[in-house]
Each structure stands twice: as structure tokens, then as C-alpha cells.
Design a protein around this ligand. Sequence first.
Ligand code: PMT
Length: 400
Amino acid sequence: MDLKGKSVVVGVCGGIATYKVVEVVSRLKKMGAEVDVIMTANAQKFVTPLTFRSLSHRPVVTDMFNDPEYWDIKHISLAKKADLFIVAPATANIIGKLAAGIADDMLSTTLVATKAPVLIVPAMNHDMYANAVVQRNIEMLRGLGYMFMEPDTGRMAEGTSGKGRLPEPSSIVERACSILCPKQDLKGIRMVVTAGPTRENIDPVRYLSNYSSGKMGYAVARAASERGADVVLISGPVEIECPEGVQLIRTTTADEMHEAVLSSFENCDVLVMAAAVADYRPAEVSEFKIKKTDDDMVLRLVKNPDILKKLGTMKGSKTLIGFSAETDNLMENAAKKLEAKNLDMIVANDVTLEGAGFGTDTNIIKIIRRDGSITDLPLMSKLEAAHRILDEFCDMVAKD
Ligand code: PMT
């Protein structure tokens, strides 16, 4: 892969795995990226700045107050120029500092200043990694959009075994490449994605709806478009901007969404239904505002069409991916919906969990395929979750 024109800032912390990051820098440089390295004071005890300087052909930043080699405010200029910021090995210390917003050296200061995507690659003793505070910090940062790689499991430097080893340099570089140059593995695929709630009118001033913000569906549309798919996004009423390159069809009621999905379905290869479609609507919509009386009021509801179920009966060779929003018996209910709606995959989310479901920027999902396989994912941003759903789709198609 050609990384020419891409700027990668690598923040190196103090840990025995520091030597492996030398190879990461070397590989990125060979692929054409401009690589700037920031080392903490402890990192310099494991590997010298000269090693990184020789490989990156760039001055290595070690101190906020050194005489500058060129005149700029380095923590700001590096924060701005980065297309990607990698922290490896990421110690419990830097993860904790970032989670707390602490900026007390060059690396932590630049991290707080950057708007670039940040990939954190933890490596530490397995008991430290398992520590509840470290795990809480990781979850919190994931929720804010920071990306993490899982450490490898195996023999640690101190002789014990566990989860905490830095992943292989090739895996880190592969992940960096997929962030810098998103793969085009959905080129030629026509995808319809639904998002957001539906609104079912009661009268001109009132409606029934739910808490869907559209974030999950919009993330799927954005991720698919970035990966080369032609995407039609059929959206309920939400406050999110349409991702670039995506064709947007706005709808309000379940009936409107039903119609829009039906008319786009014939020309698509994949349908992803992330929308929270109301199952019922008022039997009658009053032309005028309903007046308050002294009595209680009964609102009679009639069933809305089950869009996905209907399409399940006419899907042919198309792929249908549904979502299942549950408050109890997550897997059982999701599996039933997969079967009843004749889906190829269903994304189950327990909307009672913190950071999951309606309105949040993150989700915790389990992906169930028709063959019964389950991919259980931790809390992550909705965009990352969207990419994982699309990875599953690509894998499923490749195996067919
Ligand atoms: O929008 P966000 O705030 O980001 O929240 C995301 C989400 C929680 C809405 C999303 O992750 C999610 O779970 N979407 C599906 C919600 C839902 O309606 O689930 P369900 O279990 O009731 O429906 C199962 C599937 O059938 C869904 O794919 C749904 O789109 C579809 N359906 C449901 C009812 C209906 N009448 N027609 C349908 O097609």
C-alpha cells in the first residue's frame, strides 16, 4: 500500500515492547508515510531517539522545552499535521492520563491537542491490563471515539503468560493502513440503509415515536460509502447530516419508510435495517388538534407493515441485515427475528446497557449470522461497530 502524502505521528511510551515499535515506524516509512515520533522520558530508557530518528529520517520529539530544530509550536504542529496518531506501546499510565485529560509532557499534550484519529495499542503486564480502572479508562476512551487494538495473549517479558503483549508490528501497520486508506471492498455493491425513528401522527401537533437518533444507521451508511458502496439512506426524522456521497431519502411515518424501501429494494444488493420502525400507529389521525376533556382518553392503534418481514419473503439473492433492539432475552429474541424475517444476519443490541442502543455515540453489539455463528463485540463507537458489521458481511459473502 502506498502511504505517500500521509502523516503518521507515533507516540512511544516506556515498556519492553518499545523495540517492536521500531519496526512499525520502519514499515510505515517504507510505505511512503511521513512519520514523526514522540517519545516519553521512560520510552528513551528502552530505545534511544537515535534509532527512531535513523528510521524515520525526522527529528524525534522528546521534550517540550528543547531548543527547536525548526521554529513551530511542536505539540500543536504535530497534532495538526497528523492523519493518524498511533500510541504504541500504550501504557496504563498514558491511557489513564488521556482518560483524565492530563497533558503534562509532549506526548500527552499532543494527544489532547489532536483532532486526528487515534489508534491506541496497549501493552503491559496482564494483571495491569485486567485491572478494573484500566479497563474502565479504555471503555471510556472507546466511547469518545478512540480506537484500540486488543493486546495479544502469550508469554510476557517477566516470564508469566497472559493478555498484554503488543500485537505484531505487521498487525499494527495493517490496522493503520485500513484507517488511513479505507479499503474499497464494497465497490460495486448497492446498499440500502434505513436509520432513525418513524413518527406516527395522532393529530397535527402530536405523534408516537421512539428514542432512535439515527446515529447507528448513519454510521453504517457512512462506513459503507467510504468502502466504495453505492448507498441509499432512507431516514426517519433525525438531526444528523447526511454522509458525503450518500443519497438521502427522508421519510416520517412507517408507511412512508415502507414505500421508500420497497421502491429502492429492487435495485439493491444489500438492505441494512437499522431504523426503529414503529410497530403500531393510531387507527385515525385527527384533522384538528384533539381537545382535552375531563375523561381519560383511549387511543386505538393498528399494526404498521413489518417492512423487513415482507422483504424477507421476496429477497431472492439479496442480503438482508436486520437489527434487534432488546431489553431482555437479547440473543433468544434476536435469533427469533432472524428466523421469522428470513434474514442473513441480525445485529443484536441490549438497549438497557450503558453506552449501547438509542441516542449514544457508542454501541455494544452481537452479530448473529444465519449459520448460527455469533460475533460478540465490546463497547465501541457506532462508526467502528458499523465497520465490524460490514466486515462480517464481506466475510459471509466470501464464504458463500
Ligand atoms: O438510532 P440510534 O439512536 O443510533 O439507535 C440505534 C438503534 C437502537 C435504533 C439500532 O441499533 C437498532 O437496534 N435498530 C432496530 C430497532 C428496532 O426496531 O428493532 P426491532 O427489534 O423492533 O425490529 C427488528 C428489525 O425489524 C429491525 O431491523 C427493524 O428495522 C425492522 N422492523 C421493525 C418493525 C417494523 N414494522 N418493520 C421493520 O422492518
